[in-house]
Design a protein around this ligand. Structure first.
Ligand code: 6PG
Length: 466
């Protein structure tokens, strides 16, 4: 009997995806460029229908037609090289799927090249880390809809399921799936940084212990802030270092890494005039964190404000921080979803915003209870200009801005940096300002460069001899 799907790339993610497919009844052929990872996977097998192949030709020939080949290979040149090695063995109608974090522009190039050869290509965003890959990730497939339909029975089966629905939906043409995954990661960066800032406030301004903060996060996770990232933060804070007995968090070096997807999100937004300041601040926060040695020097050279004893009432302020975090989160997701909307209009992708919110509810890193409300907001108005003006969120922010303003003010006055919380507030205040100060910018541009300006009371472009 032929295999129903093939998986190439047997690192942790690829092995787990293959096992997930097999656990869901698929007959899976697996292949890896080097033999060691294939052997590692076969040693783990426990009766699953996973068959290893050590020659690409035999791997391809073992698949039923149209062949479905799922790549879980490091994004970049490795994908092109695998595709290149597959090409001589494939036939018209066969389908290659890339489940890695590829740049959506690379996916579009590959899609075009393979389409010309009569092959189907799907760029599939997968979120959920190694556990999600095994037990059910969130899946964002992009490419031709008819090609997706052929792979859909497998993809929807292996996806996380929420309320009986798979966290997998057709996203849109060409690179749309990888684009949606990329911005998911941008939102992830912002969400993580916002949580880190709330933690900083609780630790440094309210002087709470790591254990007390873990309790607070656990409590928050039982309410409207419920999300995977809040949940794991509580668990992280409870973990003790085996070597020192200290909270592990205290011995982890404060230098954040990144693999590029958050950076791509900001670059794409900047290239297309999309305001994603919170997401970009979260990226810059990682960059500044990486300047550890410089920061240590600056700490001894640069002064902050005089430190006064903290007189903040803990109970009151824990609630204000909760409000600030929730509002920051709303603003960050509003920016990410706005990036979806504006890009969708630009490329005529017709991204299903309501469904994107729904498939983010399970499996993925940014899964959160409030994605239900986001989905409902788009259900009510599919052309909603911005999540901030959806009635539910507008009402929330009427109440919660007090918390965000107070927390940001405390940071400013006491010299503690809250880049994403303050950027969230700035975004909120800028977005609700009907007449901004950009008229002065236009006047300046016209003054020094004759760049012209528009008037509030007449159509057309004007120039003044200043
Ligand atoms: C996911 C994650 C996953 C990964 C990213 C982020 O959705 O499963 O986003 O894709 O963790 O690579 O990593 P960086 O923080 O290293 O950019």
């Amino acid at each position: 009997m032929l295999n129903t799907i093939g998986v190439i790339g047997l690192g942790v993610m690829g092995s787990n995806i293959a096992l997930n497919m097999a656990n869901n009844g698929e007959k899976v052929a697996v292949y890896n460029y080097t033999r060691d990872l294939t052997d590692k996977l076969t040693e783990k097998l426990n009766g699953q229908t996973v068959t290893p192949y050590y020659e690409i030709d035999a791997f391809v020939q073992s698949l039923e037609r149209p062949r479905k080949i799922f790549l879980m290979v490091t994004a970049g040149a490795a994908i092109d090289s695998v595709i290149h090695s597959l090409l001589p063995h494939l036939e018209q109608g066969d389908i290659i799927m890339d489940g890695g974090n590829s740049h959506y522009k690379d996916t579009e190039r590959r899609y075009d090249e393979l389409k010309e050869k009569g092959l189907g290509y799907l760029g599939i965003g997968i979120s959920g880390g190694e556990v999600g890959a095994l037990t059910g990730p969130s899946i964002m497939p992009g490419g031709d809809r008819d090609v997706y339909e052929k792979a859909a029975p497998i993809l929807t089966k292996i996806a996380a399921q929420v309320d009986g629905n798979p966290c997998c939906v057709y996203i849109g043409p060409k690179g749309a799936g990888h684009f949606v995954k990329m911005v998911h990661n941008g939102i992830e960066y912002a969400d993580m940084q916002l949580i880190a800032e709330a933690y900083t406030f609780l630790r440094e301004k309210l002087q709470l212990s790591v254990e007390e903060i873990a309790d607070i996060f656990e409590e928050w996770n039982a309410g409207e802030l419920q999300s995977y990232l809040i949940e794991i933060t509580a668990e992280i804070l409870r973990k003790k270092d085996e070597k020192t007995g200290q909270p592990l968090i205290d011995v982890i070096l404060d230098k954040a890494g990144q693999k590029g997807t958050g950076k791509w999100t900001s670059i794409q937004a900047i290239d297309h005039g999309i305001p994603t300041s919170i997401i970009t601040e979260s990226l810059f926060a990682r960059y500044i964190s990486a300047l550890k040695e410089e920061r240590m020097t600056a700490q001894s050279l640069l002064t902050g404000p005089e430190q006064e004893p903290s007189l903040l009432d803990k109970q009151i302020w824990v609630e204000l921080v909760r409000q600030a975090l929730y509002m920051g989160k709303i603003c960050a997701y509003a920016q990410g979803f706005n990036q979806y909307k504006m890009t969708s209009e630009l490329f005529d992708w017709k991204l299903p915003l309501k469904d994107i919110a729904l498939i983010f509810r399970g499996g993925c890193i940014i899964r959160a209870q409030f994605l239900n409300v986001i989905s409902e907001a788009y259900e009510e108005q599919d052309r909603l200009a911005n999540l901030l003006i959806a009635p539910y969120f507008a009402e929330k922010m009427k109440d919660y801005q007090n918390g965000l303003r107070k927390v940001v003010c405390e940071g400013i006055v006491s010299g503690v940096a809250f880049p994403c919380l303050s950027s969230s507030l700035t975004y909120y205040d800028s977005y609700r300002t009907g007449r901004s100060n950009a008229h002065l910018l236009q006047a300046q541009r016209d003054y020094f460069g004759a760049h012209t300006y528009e008037r509030t009371d007449a159509e057309g472009f004007f120039h003044t001899n200043w």
